[in-house]
Design a protein around this ligand. Sequence first.
Ligand SMILES: NC(=O)c1ccc[n+]([C@@H]2O[C@H](COP(=O)([O-])OP(=O)(O)OC[C@H]3O[C@@H](n4cnc5c(N)ncnc54)[C@H](OP(=O)(O)O)[C@@H]3O)[C@@H](O)[C@H]2O)c1
Length: 442
Amino acid sequence: MLLLHLLTAWGLLSTVCFARLVELIAIARSAAADHGSDSGLVSAALLALLAATVLYLPLRAARARSSLDVLLATLAGLTLVFGLCDGPFLYRPPRTASLSGQTVLITGANSGIGLAAAKAAAARGADVFLACRSPVRCSAAAAEVRLSLGAAGSAAPVAKPLDLTDLRSVAEFAAAFQRQAQRLDILVLNAGFAAGKDDQRPAHTAQGIELSLGAMHVGHALLTKLLLPLLERKPARSSATEAPARIVTVSSEASSLARPMHSSLFAGRGEGDLRGELTHAQAPLETPSALANLLLGRIPAAFSGLGFAGFSPTYLRAKLANVLFARAMGERPLRRGARRVLSTAVGPGFVATDIFANSGLHSLGGVAMGALTLIAVRPPHMGVLPIVRAMMDDADSVDAVYLDSMGYANQFDAVCWAAGGCGGEEAARLMQVTERLIRSKG
Ligand SMILES: NC(=O)c1ccc[n+]([C@@H]2O[C@H](COP(=O)([O-])OP(=O)(O)OC[C@H]3O[C@@H](n4cnc5c(N)ncnc54)[C@H](OP(=O)(O)O)[C@@H]3O)[C@@H](O)[C@H]2O)c1
């Protein structure tokens, strides 16, 4: 009887997983089309084979003759639940939750997670502004968001492009946004890119800072500084129940694989490794957490040691800086008379976006790992859900925390432990360095 119940539960779970499987195969096919290679199709075929095996093993366990069968079935079950089938465990916003009347600005809003965030916010009634570096892609994305709208929200590109690799562009963009928008309630710092794993030397921003750190951290930090007065401004007819403003910083679970920040930025004399030469030369960190991540199948950084889809250590450092920045913003004392501003860091998990175009994920050599990796890949509309939580969940539940890829809140001290932690002291020191940089180069 117990067996019958277990099999019924298994059947239900498999049905849910089947929908996700179909979605994943569609992603693999479109990846193949986008990248002009057949690796996506091969990956999809391998994935289907893998899934069939995974679904078959529990049935075999029902007639288990040996403890090996039971062990295999248990492993298959865990793979299915934590890999293919994490959807049911992912944070979902309440149906009634609304962002009506809220103004949201999203960087890197023309593709991937940023575009999904724009759609999610606009669909919940927000007035969304898209920040992009290409005006053409921005207008197209805004049109796509408007098309997807069911509710009363709106979507518009900001009149000036935003190139985070140039602090002058950031300043011009912030000024243009202030002219265009009357208020700002939610700032989503999402734009990002993965440095090519085969780059021979680190690239630099217009101000000579290593590109990943300069764009994803310093550029976003300047944007936040310039828009903070708007976030902190209390609406004219303020009431005690006025919702706080929010800063959502999109980091990555890969931040836990970065080397300690102080060894690259603060150690030694002068500016430390701002130009990224030392960081770029590091081998990606191999730690038990990389193994854990590999087992959970969530992040490609875990594969970097295998020479597959590796992220550069400069990317990992920038993502760690994102977490420290979010912590520092979350620990700022409330200014008298200012509106409260929440700060949340988010690790969206492994999401199928253009960010992997340069990663080797679609190369033929990576096919087998690609198939394995695809198990854990989410489409952007699912990957964005932790960000949606940061944008709209109860203030105290998302302030000064790190939301992981399932949308669960973690204290900063509990994340990026492999990187030596994301301590408050380190966060404060990073902000000092950043302030100095912005003053001298901005
Ligand atoms: N996808 C994942 O699995 C994953 C996992 C963990 C974290 N993340 C993080 O999620 C964020 C969004 O990435 P995604 O996966 O959605 O990638 P994506 O589809 O490639 O989108 C990245 C966006 O950032 C913009 N961007 C890149 N460089 C910029 C610059 N210098 N100035 C202004 N905008 C710039 C891109 O604009 P263009 O179109 O002009 O290039 C694009 O709109 C990133 O911060 C990434 O680190 C992603």
